[in-house]
Ligand binder design. Sequence first.
Ligand SMILES: [Zn+2]
Length: 229
Amino acid sequence: MSDLIETSGACGKCGHEFGFEYWASINIKLDPKLKDKLLDGELNVITCPNCQNRSALAADLLYHDMERRLWLQLTFSENIDEYIENGNRALADLEIMSGDIGKQMSFGYKRRVVSSYPDLIEKIMVFDEEMDDQVLELTKLFLKAKLHSEGDQIDEALYFNRIMMHPEDPKLKIILFNDSLWAPYNEFYESLEKTLESFDLNSDSSLRVVDERFAGKMLNELRMRRRDT
Ligand SMILES: [Zn+2]
């Protein structure tokens, strides 16, 4: 079920007070058009009736894809750790209350927390391509390290854009502002995927953040493992 909220607020530009509606959660199996709106950057964009100023509302949003068992929570909360803790507690309570059915309902779910619209849209695109976002984050870290070694220090976020499916040389298109960067997809991606498999991360259906920091932590774990063997 999608959840439309009625509220009111003041325009950031002219200060005019007005009532408006926004989506707090969208179920894209039931409301596929809301997914298109989100990808077009039109969801939860509010227009002031006085000055016509348009602005994206910084309101939390749940994106739920029942078919892909995908649960993406966008939050503007300043304390992400606490937010995740509360979210996971609520999910655990729900599971206890609904017993075996709850366990089945939760099985195989990928739950992520993101803190911006571009991050949310990237996750949707990655999972729609049936890729693993954890492997993608490691790939982006690799790309940054490679650029760094070539003298290009990159501090900005990189975003997955699409897969180029050339049979001999498939690549991932990754965007930095208006620049296209290409990362290897085939064996490189598969070897990262295999390496991550040993951590058994995908059986974890709790809410978590998979971003550059996650990739950095994974890289450290891999280094430590290598040192131990
Ligand atoms: Zn206004």
